[in-house]
Design a protein around this ligand. Sequence first.
Ligand code: PLP
Length: 401
Amino acid sequence: MIRSPFAPFFPSLPDSGSYLDSAAKTLTCSAALEAQQSFYREFDCNIERGIYARSAMASDMVEGARTEVAVLLASSPERISFAPSTTHALNSIALGLPWRAGMKVVTTVLEHHSNFLPWLALRRRGVEVAVLRASPDGFLDPDDMRKACDGAFLAAFTHASNVTGSVQDLGALAAAASSGGAFVVVDGAQALSHSEVDISGLCVDAYAFSGHKCFGPTGTGALFISPELREALDPAILGGGSASDSSPEGFEAVKDPPHSALEPGTQNIAGILGLGAAAAFRLGMDHDLRRRHADEITARCLEGLRGIEGLELHGPSGMRSRLPVFSFSVEGLSPHMLAMRLDHEYGLMTRSGNHCAPTLWRTLFGRSRGGVRASFHDYSCMADVDLLIAAMGRIASDARK
Ligand code: PLP
């Protein structure tokens, strides 16, 4: 079996079976593991408000991680806040803005619950929430976005779908959404996992992602936030680091550095260092090789799955603007039963159900039970693809009998 050129950097890559659940969590790279261990072995202390040298050094290391994340997004460190996950980052925006009845938010049918429920919940406060439709293969139309955003305060949409793998034209959508003055909030959890993302020069006010989908540890993530959106936010979670002064009469919210207010309390320091190491690792990868590898996997998987009678592929059928993430179903077989067979009989680790996106499954594919998703990444190899295709060929053939 020819392994991926990136395999040696991922110690948890299984020796037998195939890990096809990278859209839920990528494997952790060695650099991230070592950075976390090194913090607990050598620096083990709290940061920011310690004057002693060890604390100052750990604080500097966290700022170093912030810089790596900023470079990954082609942004600058003062616009990056750490967050425990994409979910937390997006909720911190939804909970911190000054909503009033009659204001309008636009989101889309493609969203993961993390970028759907926080906005839907605003209806309880009288906010109008419009939900934009998508094409049958999972793409958003910039013209539709422009029209929907007329009079909107904020638009929130995903850069890439965790179900269909479709990657949106971020520049065109952000320009359309912001043309009437709306803040633009982007869920980057899937897109940043695979692609180079350059948000400099785009009309994006917030871009959130999770460390555990970018080779980093769980419980980590980050939020790019523009100065304008940051200014409009009144953080909902307060604690150590949130105020420059307080008294029984009130408190002075901290303004400088800009990320302080969005990082209340003690942060996941070891995790952040792991995230920084993962970002540095990503930046050092051969990007052309990554792209070629992903294209080869995508082409082979698409061809193989499309050739299986009785298998329905949900999402883009071509190579254009898509990630190596494939959702499918087989008539007459429940998604969970299918995923169980793939695991028990073939050692293929996939994810079944609606992938926290029931609206997408219902509106695009008319399915309430969802399907099975196989998601590949840099460390995956052609043998993983071939095994999936062979297994699905046999299972679909059984289902036809
Ligand atoms: N957005 C998308 C597109 C996702 O795929 C996921 C997780 O699968 C999330 C948001 C939520 O990420 P987390 O659970 O790390 O907050």
